[in-house]
Design a protein around this ligand. Structure first.
Ligand SMILES: *[C@@H]1O[C@H](CO)[C@@H](O)[C@H](O)[C@H]1NC(C)=O
Ligand SMILES: *[C@@H]1O[C@H](CO)[C@@H](O)[C@H](O)[C@H]1NC(C)=O
Ligand SMILES: *[C@@H]1O[C@H](CO)[C@@H](O)[C@H](O)[C@H]1NC(C)=O
Ligand SMILES: *[C@@H]1O[C@H](CO)[C@@H](O)[C@H](O)[C@H]1NC(C)=O
Length: 350
């Protein structure tokens, strides 16, 4: 039924329309000469670099990094040296990739003394594309993140996930400190220093949101479906703006992010039907893990009921920033969310 299309990511529908972004690049991972530069790469900012983390499968995952800025810390008279602070590791959602954090949040948290890392999940951004119709499952994406933490970081990070990236984090949290043998190879999930779920898909997935939208906001339901499942956001600037940003966002910026989003997603993150079967995420024993649940009042996709559901699941009162759209890290009011995250970090790290 049509409304089952109301999903937060593309379905693997047959390609009946032409993309407006020009040539469709088909990438495979079979040869050493596989070209990562076939799509417009995100231009990094000062102090940022890009590395590729090799997963046990041999596939490579793009990681953007920006170390803590020591100069600024001295200027601010910050007492703690960056070695005291855990690194921050950001995980994006559908249609996005590591670049979405490099725009504002990585510079912001670097200035505030944190080493920042952002991964591009497989099939997204500059990461390798698996030979499959979808990029992975909750388990494989979480396992890729765990592998990077184990091999690529020196100390337990604070993990921050947005939208579907938040759902991947929830899977991670359920296995934190444990071995998960449900996939091959089995994965160990290293401890975290904290976890932030931002505009996150709730533990039961998005089917609750789907039904609420159909019954209470049918116009919005239609629009979100057209925007996300039918990828209308890629061709309509106004739909892109309404879906991801606050209404004050300038069109030029929306256009720039629209281009980056189009280029970011070589394939869907998940097969949603299979995803649904693996939900809700396993509940975790009450732990001492610091968890932040952050929403945005102008989020067109994740509503307040979904935010509250995630809050109840973890026994944490959610925080909602006013006047910000779903893309809390790219919105013109990105500082509002960043400041909430920073004061949450200060609250338990000092
Ligand atoms: C896609 O583009 C090609 C070449 O420009 C054209 O021949 C074809 O009719 C287009 N298909 C659709 C569905 O628009
Ligand atoms: C890669 O490209 C180089 C030259 O462009 C070629 O000599 C080499 O055989 C290629 N390797 C593979 C695995 O295709
Ligand atoms: C997903 O599962 C839930 C309950 O397990 C069900 O209510 C919902 O209809 C399912 N959604 C889809 C798209 O299959
Ligand atoms: C969400 O939870 C808050 C309390 O945390 C409550 O005041 C509010 O009514 C809830 N909203 C919805 C829509 O469930």
């Amino acid at each position: 039924m049509a409304f089952s299309l109301l999903l937060l990511q593309p379905l693997s529908l047959p390609n009946s329309t032409n993309y407006s972004c020009g040539t469709v690049t088909i990438r495979c991972v079979l040869s050493d000469n596989y070209s990562r530069s076939s799509r417009v790469p995100y231009e990094l900012k000062y102090g940022q670099s890009r590395v590729f983390h090799e997963l046990p499968s041999g596939l490579k995952m793009e990681v953007l990094l920006q170390k803590a800025n020591p100069q600024r810390m001295v200027e601010r008279g910050s007492s703690s040296s960056n070695s005291d602070l855990p690194p921050l590791l950001f995980v994006h959602g559908s249609y996005h990739a590591a670049w979405c954090w490099a725009e504002h949040w990585m510079p912001y948290f670097s200035r505030n003394g944190f080493d920042c890392y952002a991964v591009s999940l497989l099939g997204q951004g500059e990461s390798d594309v698996p030979v499959d119709s979808v990029a992975g499952t909750l388990q494989t994406h979480a396992s890729d993140v765990a592998n990077f933490i184990q091999k690529g970081l020196r100390s337990p990070p604070v993990l921050l996930g947005h939208s579907f990236g938040g759902l991947i984090l929830q899977y991670y949290i359920a296995y934190m400190g444990k071995q998960d043998s449900s996939g091959l190879p089995s994965t160990y999930y290293p401890d975290l220093a904290g976890a932030a779920l931002m505009c996150s898909v709730p533990p039961s997935g998005n089917s609750g949101i789907v039904w609420r939208y159909i019954f209470t906001k049918p116009v919005a339901a239609f629009k979100v479906t057209r925007s996300l499942a039918a990828k209308g956001f890629q061709t309509s600037l106004s739909l892109c703006k309404e879906t991801f940003f606050s209404s004050e966002m300038e069109d030029d910026l929306v256009k720039r992010y629209q281009e980056l989003m189009k280029a970011s997603s070589a394939m869907p993150l998940f097969d949603l039907r299979k995803l649904n079967a693996s939900l809700p995420v396993p509940s975790c024993a009450k732990s001492s893990l610091e968890i932040l649940i952050l929403g945005a009042s102008d989020d067109f996709i994740v509503d307040i009921e979904a935010l509250n559901e995630t809050g109840r699941f973890y026994g944490v009162r959610p925080t909602c920033v006013e006047g910000v759209g779903h893309d809390i890290m790219l919105d013109c009011y990105w500082e509002r969310g960043a400041e909430v995250v920073f004061s949450w970090l200060k609250g338990f790290l000092q």
